[in-house]
Ligand binder design. Structure first.
Ligand SMILES: *Cc1c(COP(=O)(O)O)cnc(C)c1O
Length: 355
């Protein structure tokens, strides 16, 4: 039987070598070692080194391991905001980030546009007392992506504000200038093709400073405050017993991607995205949900099907390819992920089946 391939936006197709690396972790007895041991420290350090090389993370930025991206939203708000965050909201995940600030008793404001729309950055009214700007670089619910240059421009225009960027469904493809960001976070079950249960946040010195300042007057959390995470990170450890297997697998996959070349991964992602969008732009039954081409995500492709999405999902299902319905509209929309684990030959197959 043909193995099922998962073009779902996350959890998604596992990176092809993950099985080998899980076996390797068992063989090396890594999963019985203490998280205070030399073995763990050296392994965690390797993972961070691999991520730095892959994503271009500056040495002065810290990488902290968390349990998920949702946790990273909460930690970012707790550690970077006394009261005023400002959120660019154009879909469900950006909305979640905003709600997190509401639930933590902050006073968030938002620039909200309809799902699937972009923002007018030249004409954005950001209150001067804003402490943190929150962006969902790749809105998985709608298939809209921010241009990297727009994020850098925001920071250049507001150097006193911190900038938080959710890159969950675009990493490692997204090419950010990390020097112009303060908290960038992701979880591993999307672009890295790993089992869920691990998140990471990349934190700037400016954000660490803010956490230190806030801690004097308010709670910034307990074991996973940026300060507690930093204290352990200096020893290549984590405050709690972490997801050791997840950290190991992330390091192995990052090393493999480094070997393969991030530029090549980006080019291939662009090529696969072009094939998919080209198909949906030219077949009358389909209608890409994001009309403005510049806003279209390369890693999560969202398509409207006025005649019904179920049939499409079934057709691909019969060929052992799993995709997912729309985030809000499961009846007339589907989503296809385009991550490094997704092979060109399967993309060609999808296109030939759907055309
Ligand atoms: C999946 C996703 C999240 C949530 O990730 P978890 O690992 O489930 O916490 C957050 N933001 C975006 C854009 C996502 O796609």
């Amino acid at each position: 039987m043909q193995e099922r391939r998962y073009f779902t936006p996350g959890p998604s197709e596992l990176f092809p070598t993950v099985k080998t690396y899980i076996q390797e972790a068992l063989t090396r007895n890594l999963l019985s070692q203490s998280h205070r041991s030399r073995e763990f420290q050296s392994m965690a350090e390797d993972t961070k080194t691999g991520l730095r090389a892959l994503l271009g993370i500056p040495p002065e930025h810290r990488i902290f391991f968390l349990s998920s991206a949702t946790e990273a939203m909460e930690r970012t708000i707790q550690n970077c905001v006394g009261s005023q965050s400002f959120h660019f909201v154009n879909g469900a995940f950006a909305e979640r980030f905003y709600q997190t600030a509401v639930e933590l008793n902050k006073k968030p404001r938002q620039y909200r546009v309809e799902d699937g729309q972009g923002f007018d950055f030249s004409n954005t009214d950001i209150p001067p007392e804003t402490e943190l700007l929150c962006l969902t670089q790749n809105e998985t619910s709608t298939g809209v992506a921010f241009k990297e240059a727009d994020i850098a421009d925001l920071k250049r225009r507001h150097p006193d504000m911190l900038v938080a960027v959710d890159v969950v469904s675009s990493v490692p493809y997204v090419d950010l200038n990390y020097s112009l960001t303060d908290s960038v976070f992701f979880s591993v079950q999307k672009g890295f093709g790993l089992p869920a249960g691990l998140g990471a946040v990349i934190v700037s010195p400016q954000a660490m400073e803010k956490a230190r300042m806030l801690q004097r007057s308010i709670s910034i959390g307990s074991y996973h405050s940026f300060l507690s995470l930093e204290q352990y990170d200096q020893k290549n450890q984590t405050p709690e017993t972490p997801n050791v297997l997840g950290i190991y697998l992330l390091g192995r996959v990052a090393a493999e991607m480094n070997e393969y070349g991030i530029d090549r991964i980006r080019v291939e992602t662009d090529e696969k995205a072009a094939i998919l969008y080209n198909c949906f732009d030219n077949a009358p039954r389909y209608d890409p949900a994001v009309k403005e081409r510049q806003l279209r995500s390369k890693t999560v492709i969202v398509v409207n099907v006025p005649s019904g999405a179920q049939k499409v999902i079934e057709t691909l299902g019969e060929a052992s390819i799993a995709i997912e319905g729309g985030y809000r509209d499961k009846t007339h929309q589907f989503r296809i992920a385009n991550f490094p684990a997704h092979r060109r030959m399967d993309v060609d197959l999808i296109v030939s089946l759907l055309r």
